[in-house]
Design a protein. Structure first.
Ligand code: NAP
Length: 411
């Protein structure tokens, strides 16, 4: 008689297709290539995933952080996950907690890989206000009304960037600067399935786009050109940019529990952004500006490094230049102005030299937002500036990341 084989339980790592915005960050981050995607879903291969968690903190929505206890021989396959519109319920099995299982239960012939050291903090500044999260889901979104929609960039430029104000009426939708919301475009995609969620950083401060109103602002660039990799680009941005005043929009969220600003008004803030990555910077700047206007002491220094192709394509260019230099130190980088050399935010950081390193040495928080490609150049520029000032950048960077002082959000 054969002895019964023991049932091996594993904690299977899964991605929630309902909340995922298909930004590819997890696939890029995974050190063992366990994550893959088709034209709709991002999925995790249980045979390869070793539970190293490197992908968890970079995920902007938290859709990556889902686990189900399953029998090892019965783990959800890649093919099965690619058909999902939402996650399956937990089966009737004893639930495993993180650490209950071997680190690499199913890995065949692979070796344990440690989570990569992140360039970005996974914790909020210690003095940040407490954010509300996930109040509304794709299955139960909140309806917001478009209170305004206007183009921020000059008509003759290629970049069609809109400032869109959404009003929540009597619905509870609290937000902090740096948080994001999800938008569900109406209709279905090419395969007949409802469109998935798209995420946008909020461009207004906690008290509303209009101070004291239950509304928020988004900075949305109309995407027209196709781009290999991510499917159905432009669905949500065209939908949003074309919305008339009074239209209703399905909103999900709020999202984001660490890209938050310090509540300590004496803390310095260095903001580095490209294009529509300026949204959270506008929110933080406006929060501080309103505090100062209301007579509150705002001792912390604000520095902004902002890159765009041309002045006419830089969202909020006019209002930005009206802010007094004593309130905010602005460094604009333009890459496509005729007759001028291409300049990027990293060039402006280098050029600012000691102004940056002096601030970095204090009670300072750094926020980077925009194009994925800027990350490397910005980190190199900060490292170079620190080296020139005799500051040990690797040690300072590691400390800032650990203390919730160094935040990167790029797509
Ligand atoms: P864009 O107009 O294409 O570019 C803005 C500026 O960045 C241009 O001057 C561009 O220079 C420059 N740039 C390009 N590559 C760079 C690099 N490697 N390092 C530094 N600067 C670089 O920007 P956009 O279309 O508004 O895109 C903004 C990006 O931000 C999007 O990818 C969007 O998804 C992302 N975003 C992220 C968040 C978030 O993470 N929460 C929020 C909002 C937006 P060139 O002239 O050479 O192209």
């Amino acid at each position: 008689m054969n002895a019964a084989l023991p049932i091996v339980l594993i904690r299977q790592h899964l991605i929630d297709p309902e909340v995922c915005i298909r930004c590819n960050t997890c696939e890029e981050t995974c050190p063992v290539d366990a994550i893959t995607h088709d034209d709709r879903n991002y999925v995790v291969d249980a045979v390869i995933c070793n539970g190293c968690n490197a992908c968890i903190s970079p995920c902007p929505t938290g859709s990556i952080d889902h686990w189900r206890t399953v029998e090892a021989s019965n783990a959800y396959s890649i093919a099965e996950q690619l058909t999902w519109d939402d996650l399956p319920a937990q089966q009737d099995l004893p639930e495993l907690e993180a650490g209950d299982e071997p680190a690499a239960p199913l890995l065949q012939g692979g070796q344990q890989v440690n989570a990569a050291t992140s360039a970005s903090s996974t914790r909020a500044p210690w003095s940040a206000a407490h954010p509300y999260l996930n109040l509304y889901s794709v299955k139960a979104p909140v309806l917001a009304t478009v209170a305004g929609n206007f183009r921020l960039t000059a008509q003759e430029t290629e970049s069609d960037i809109h400032h869109i104000v959404l009003d929540f009426g009597a619905n509870f939708f609290p937000l902090l600067e740096g948080q994001s919301i999800g938008i569900v475009p109406p209709g279905v995609d090419a395969s007949g399935k409802p469109h998935y969620l798209r995420m946008y950083s909020v461009a207004s401060p906690r008290d509303g786009e209009r101070d004291g109103y239950n509304n928020l602002a988004l900075t949305v660039k109309r995407v027209v050109a196709d781009h290999a990799g991510a499917p159905a680009l432009g669905v949500a941005s065209n939908y949003l940019c074309d919305l008339p005043k009074g239209a209703q929009v399905q909103v999900v969220g709020p999202f984001g529990n660490n890209y938050l600003m310090p509540n300590q008004n004496g803390s310095n803030i260095i903001m580095i952004c490209t294009g529509t990555g300026s949204a959270p910077m506008r929110a933080m700047t406006e929060h501080r500006r309103r505090l100062a206007a209301k007579g509150q002491p705002v001792g912390g220094k604000l520095m902004l490094f902002f890159g765009a192709r041309r002045p006419e394509e830089l969202p909020y260019f006019g209002p930005l230049l009206k802010l007094p230099p004593a309130f905010i130190d602005i460094h604009l980088a333009f890459s496509r102005v005729e007759g001028q050399p291409r300049t990027y935010v990293q060039d402006k950081i280098r050029a600012a030299g000691n102004t940056v390193t002096d601030v970095l040495g204090g009670d300072t928080y750094v926020y980077i937002c925009g194009l994925k490609g800027m990350e490397t150049g910005v980190l190199e520029a900060l490292a170079e500036s620190c080296r020139a000032a005799g500051i040990d950048w690797p040690a300072l960077h590691a400390r800032m990341v650990q203390e919730g002082r160094f935040h990167v959000e790029t797509y």
